[in-house]
Design a protein around this ligand. Structure first.
Ligand SMILES: *[C@@H]1O[C@H](CO)[C@@H](O)[C@H](O)[C@H]1NC(C)=O
Ligand SMILES: *[C@@H]1O[C@H](CO)[C@@H](O)[C@H](O)[C@H]1NC(C)=O
Ligand SMILES: *[C@@H]1O[C@H](CO)[C@@H](O)[C@H](O)[C@H]1NC(C)=O
Ligand SMILES: *[C@@H]1O[C@H](CO)[C@@H](O)[C@H](O)[C@H]1NC(C)=O
Length: 248
């Protein structure tokens, strides 16, 4: 009996020692083995931090990437919950919970915020013949997009034949042409971006090429007038000198 009691007490002490320090995070949606919560942009995430058995009331703190999160009164005693509506900036953000004034024991989770590329609307573009054409699609997405394609009037653009170039830098895809021609370059352009998670999305550009207008070269014109004016003035001045001289 004594032995059993001692064993029970011992057992209790072991459990107590383990539990008293144990800090826990539960989340919805749940995190994976690496402590990563995958969530869609704007879908709320609930995080609850709890202490195991505590002798006294313990205060908890939350950090978001090492900056303290402001908690409401009472939402920090033994248990503390956070609700996060993830924005683009929350992608990769790390949330850590520990006891106030003692970060020896701490637990963290990281958000993996998924989002589709933002390219849905139709844009109208008007360019003058022989000017530059620049069309741009936002290709930022999480997970990364798997492909970007450009088409003109429904068929894939022929970069060489149409004198076009495409630059993808991971953030945007840019289709450019210098000196556009009405016959070659007018029409409906579409950039189509494929996401492994969100499927395909497209942005349309209705490109109208207008006749070249004669631009009045105001800059050179003014410079020209100034030169003419100065020359006339100098002529008068030099003649004036002559006139003055012969009057002596
Ligand atoms: C926190 O835990 C302690 C010890 O178990 C308890 O006395 C106290 O009432 C708890 N406080 C809250 C706000 O739950
Ligand atoms: C901080 O917490 C750890 C484990 O939770 C504990 O061992 C240590 O004594 C605590 N330090 C202070 C100063 O309370
Ligand atoms: C999506 O793109 C449009 C136009 O390019 C922009 O006005 C809007 O702010 C973008 N939305 C987000 C969430 O970035
Ligand atoms: C694309 O279609 C429009 C309207 O049908 C047409 O005016 C334009 O010439 C076409 N563009 C090309 C490059 O074929």
């Amino acid at each position: 009996m004594k032995f059993i009691l001692r064993a029970a007490v011992f057992h209790f002490l072991v459990l107590y020692a383990v539990h008293v320090l144990a800090i826990n995070i539960q989340s919805k949606p749940a995190f994976n083995d690496e402590g990563v919560i995958q969530v869609k942009l704007n879908d709320p995430v609930s995080l609850v931090c709890t202490l195991g058995v505590t002798k006294a009331e313990e205060e908890l703190v939350w950090l978001r990437n090492d900056a303290a999160v402001l908690l409401k009164e009472g939402n920090n005693k033994n248990r503390s919950s956070l609700c996060v509506t993830p924005t683009y900036e929350d992608n990769g953000a790390k949330f850590t919970c520990h006891q106030k004034g003692n970060s020896t024991d701490q637990v963290s989770v990281t958000l993996d915020v998924t989002f589709a590329p933002n390219i849905s609307e139709t844009v109208e573009v008007t360019v003058e013949e022989e000017d530059d054409l620049v069309l741009e699609c936002d290709t930022r997405a999480n997970p990364l997009v798997s492909s970007v394609t450009w088409s003109l009037n429904g068929s894939l653009v022929d970069l060489l034949a149409d004198g076009l170039s495409v630059i993808n830098n991971g953030l945007t895809s840019q289709l450019t042409s210098s000196k556009v021609k009405k016959t070659l370059h007018g029409g409906m352009y579409t950039c189509t971006v494929d996401s492994p998670m969100y499927g395909s999305s497209s942005r349309h550009f209705q490109v109208t090429i207008t006749d070249k207008t004669l631009k009045f070269p105001l800059g050179p014109m003014i410079a020209g007038l100034v030169v003419v004016g100065l020359t006339a003035l100098l002529a008068v001045v030099s003649r004036w000198r002559k006139i003055v001289k012969c009057c002596k």
